[in-house]
Design a protein around this ligand. Structure first.
Ligand SMILES: Nc1nc2c([nH]c(=O)n2[C@H]2C[C@H](O)[C@@H](COP(=O)(O)OP(=O)(O)OP(=O)(O)O)O2)c(=O)[nH]1
Ligand SMILES: [Mg+2]
Length: 144
């Protein structure tokens, strides 16, 4: 087919799954190191892989990025995000989950330091700035 000969793959939307990991009144955030949203505070999460449930993906990404084991994750909401200003345009459908820790004494580790400056707990009433804009949009729409 003609389009198969081309080396330029047309962009497609991807699915991101991110998790509000909650501990008392605090939520886990880390400063991103990425071409998308560099140096803004974001939730742990990543790309949905073929065949995964949202909850499996959220638990896997949180474990890979922070070492934390989650209790049961619950669906919160979904947003549709276009990153047209980025070096490479991207489109994410982002699934937001929430979960508490399986064992509340676990301490987050920065297991992917090329993607994040480090994880910390932030009081829900005093979230750090700037938030990654899709997260900011979701918080404003859902909670303000
Ligand atoms: N991590 C994260 N991603 C978010 C948030 N909000 C949001 O729309 N996304 C979207 C845009 C991200 O590019 C996309 C995928 O997450 P990511 O950028 O952390 O992906 P990743 O490198 O960890 O993915 P992976 O290769 O490990 O699967 O999800 C958020 O608060 N945190
Ligand atoms: Mg990630």
């Amino acid at each position: 087919m003609e389009e198969m000969k081309s080396n330029t793959v047309p962009p497609v939307p991807r699915v991101g799954v991110v998790v509000f990991v909650l501990k008392g009144k605090s939520v886990l955030l880390g400063r991103r190191r990425s071409s998308i949203g560099d140096s803004t505070f974001a939730l742990p999460g990543g790309h949905l892989e073929f065949g995964e449930s949202f909850e499996e993906c959220g638990a896997r990404e949180v474990k890979e990025e922070t070492g934390l084991e989650l209790g049961k994750a619950e669906y919160l909401t979904v947003t549709n995000n276009l990153f047209l200003e980025e070096p490479k345009p991207a489109h994410y459908v982002t699934i937001f989950l929430r979960a508490v820790l399986a064992d509340p004494n676990q301490v987050p580790q920065n297991l992917e330091p090329h993607k994040c400056d480090g994880w910390d707990w932030y009081d829900w009433d005093k979230l750090p700035q700037p938030l990654f804009w899709p997260l900011d949009k979701m918080v404003v729409i859902s909670f303000c």
